[in-house]
Structures are given as structure tokens and as C-alpha cells.
Design a protein around this ligand. Structure first.
Ligand code: HEM
Length: 335
């Protein structure tokens, strides 16, 4: 039998339910890939060329921009709320919340992109969409997959710093907690494992993983799931009374390239953050098979990553007449 959603094999109540589900789904389906095709047809190439320029002097910037989309989407949805500075009605910014303060970076490049986009198509492209486009361009410029970015998000009028503190996973949480935070925004464990693969590029400061190096969970010993040679290197780079701000490559085998080495590292107990290694080292976890698959098959990882970025980009966007198109990503219009 042909499976047509509107075929008369469904009862009337079922058909009404399906129609309502499709048209009233709260979190996505309103975005589309051709949103700016008449109002700003070059937006993707503008975003890409500014990032390419920035990469000349900052090889890390692709990673930093990819992370911004994540930190935006997990707090009130992908609405550019992360980008607002304190001032006007914004009494506290997300930038100053725990997961972002002295950590999230790349805001100046977002501003450069916005300036350039405004020059070509004033008042049309949202800051939230710029983050989605910047993440795709960054991953593909880093050697990773490309995908068609869905567009049409609008920008928030508010920031939610306490939401940033509670919704964005911290690197010392259990796998169960991290899974719950992904699940809270509609993402499953395949999304979790695939998106964690973004730690194939970029850096992490010692303060985010040094609890693993000397006295893990009060045991007086390092985290037993850390490879001993890797442990020695990390102890040297992050000594007990050293600076918590020292940078380390999240993927030492290819620090600025987007590839599947991150998963191969996990197989060797060389995940940098506790939450990275937990994906592979948590006994009985369904994430282990996914890590194994991505470690042995880069194409499978790239395909899953692209799909999961689309899933993440669909988290509760503002659309239609909600929010606004910010002129300056740092400020609500007119403030
Ligand atoms: C699963 C939960 C996650 C946790 C606990 C986590 C935590 C962290 C931490 C602690 C850092 C280092 C920040 C610093 O040193 O300043 C970091 C960096 C990074 N994260 Fe995650 N992250 C997670 C998921 C993700 C996701 C879903 C993405 C994107 C899809 C992502 C992309 C990145 C990138 C690219 C960097 C490097 C940024 C740079 O070099 O500026 N992370 N993450």
C-alpha cells in the first residue's frame, strides 16, 4: 500500500492530528534554505569570505565560531541571544555566564560578518542565521562536511544568562546529565556523539579538565580513563598550581582540521574533556557503538554531523513576526 499521509486509509481524527502536527510544530519546519534567495542571495559567500580572511591570522577561529552556534541554540533556541552585550534592558548578558565568560570567542568576527552583510542587504539577515551560516562555513573550511543551512530565524529581544548556566553542559558532568541536557532541546544520543565530534578542532583551557589530572573525584589519583602518556603531557601543560587559562588542543593529532580523529582519540583514552571520554568509557552506554562507527568511518561521521547540526539549528527559532532583525548583533534595535 502507498504510504501517503493524507490517504483515506487514515481516520479523520488521525488526519487532523497529522495536519496539526505539521503546521503547529513549535520548533522547526518554518526554516528553509532559500529564505534570502531574493533579499540577500550572496549571504553565504559573504559569511564564508570573512571567515576565510579571519583564518589568515587566527587558525582557531573556525572552531570558535562553530561553538557559538551551539551556545546560542541551547539557550532559548537559536535566536542570537548569546550575542547581546549588557546594556539597555539587558541587565546581564549570556556572554558573562559561566560557560561563556573568558571562553566563548569570535564575537568580533561575527560583527565583521554582520557589517559586511548589512552593506549588501541592509536590515534583512538575522544574527541568529549568521551564526548558523558561520558554523557551516567554519566546519567546511576546516575540512569537514558541507550542508544546506536552513534559514529564517529572527533575533531575540532578551538574553538568558541563567539559562546559559543551566542548559549548556559543563565538561565535568556525567554522561547521563549531558544526555538529559541534549534531550531537553530535542536532541538524541546520536546527535550528542556526532556534535561532540566538533571537538576535533579548537582549544580548551586547563581549568576545564584539570580535575582529571591529579586528584580525580577525591581519589588522590588521575582519571583512570586517561591514557598514561597523554596524562603525562597534560600534567606538564597544566601543572597543579599553574594557570587555568593555558590552552590545549582538543584534538592533538590534527588541531585545526575537521576530521574523525577525535573519535579515534577516544578509542585510545585520549579524550581531553571528561565528557568527551565518557562517550566511550561509560560502561554499557549506547554511545560506545556510535563512537566506534564514527572512528572507523569518517563519511558516516560527516553525514551524521551535518544532520545533527541541522537538528541543532532547528531548536526553537523565532520566526514570522517574533523578535526582530537586529542591525547590530550586540544590541536590541533602538536601545
Ligand atoms: C557535549 C557537551 C559539551 C561540553 C561539555 C563542551 C565543553 C567545551 C569546553 C569546556 C570547551 C573549552 C572552552 C575553553 O577552554 O574556553 C569546548 C570547546 C569547544 N567546543 Fe564544546 N562542549 C560540548 C559540546 C559541543 C558541541 C555540541 C559543539 C558544536 C557543535 C562544540 C564545539 C566546541 C568547539 C569547536 C570548541 C573549541 C572552541 C575554541 O577553540 O574556541 N562543543 N567545549
Amino acid at each position: 500500500m502507498k504510504s501517503n499521509m493524507f490517504s483515506f486509509t487514515h481516520s479523520l481524527p488521525t488526519t487532523i492530528f497529522l495536519v496539526l502536527t505539521i503546521f503547529l510544530h513549535p520548533s522547526n519546519a518554518q526554516l528553509n534554505s532559500s529564505f534570502y534567495s531574493s533579499t540577500c542571495p550572496n549571504v553565504s559567500s559573504i559569511v564564508r569570505s570573512i571567515i576565510q580572511q579571519a583564518l589568515q591570522s587566527d587558525t582557531r577561529i573556525a572552531a570558535s565560531l562553530t561553538r557559538l552556534h551551539f551556545h546560542d541554540c541551547f539557550v532559548n533556541g537559536c535566536d542570537g541571544s548569546l550575542l547581546l552585550d549588557q546594556g539597555g534592558n539587558i541587565t546581564l548578558s549570556e556572554k558573562n555566564a559561566g560557560p561563556n565568560n573568558n571562553s566563548a570567542r569570535g564575537f568580533n568576527v561575527v560583527d565583521n560578518i554582520k557589517t559586511s552583510v548589512e552593506n549588501s542587504c541592509p536590515g534583512v539577515v538575522s544574527c541568529a542565521d549568521i551564526l548558523a551560516l558561520a558554523a557551516e562555513a567554519s566546519v567546511s573550511l576546516g575540512g569537514g562536511p558541507s550542508w544546506t543551512v536552513l534559514l529564517g530565524r529572527r533575533d531575540s529581544l532578551i538574553a538568558n544568562p541563567s539559562g546559559a548556566n543551566t542548559s549548556i553542559p559543563t565538561p565535568t558532568e556525567s554522561l547521563a546529565n549531558v544526555t538529559a541536557k541534549f534531550s531537553a532541546v530535542g536532541l538524541n544520543i546520536t546527535d550528542l556523539v556526532a556534535l561532540s565530534g566538533a571537538h576535533t578542532f579548537g582549544r580548551a583551557q586547563c581549568r576545564f579538565f584539570n580535575q582529571r589530572l591529579f586528584n580525580f573525584s577525591g581519589t588522590g589519583s588521575p582519571d583512570p580513563t586517561l591514557n598514561s602518556n597523554y596524562l603525562a603531557t597534560l600534567q606538564q601543560n597544566c601543572p597543579q598550581n599553574g594557570s587555568g587559562n593555558t590552552l590545549n588542543n582538543l584534538d592533538p593529532s590534527s588541531p585545526d582540521t575537521f576530521d574523525n580523529n577525535y573519535f579515534q582519540n577516544l578509542l585510545k583514552n585520549q579524550g581531553l574533556l571528561q565528557t568527551d571520554q565518557e562517550l566511550f568509557s561509560t560502561n554499557g552506554s549506547a554511545t560506545i557503538a556510535i563512537v566506534n562507527n564514527f572512528a572507523s568511518n569518517q563519511t558516516a561521521f560527516f553525514e551524521a554531523f551535518a544532520q545533527s547540526m541541522i537538528n541543532m539549528g532547528n531548536i526553537s527559532p523565532l520566526t514570522g513576526s517574533q523578535g526582530e532583525i537586529r542591525i547590530d548583533c550586540k544590541k536590541v534595535n533602538g536601545s
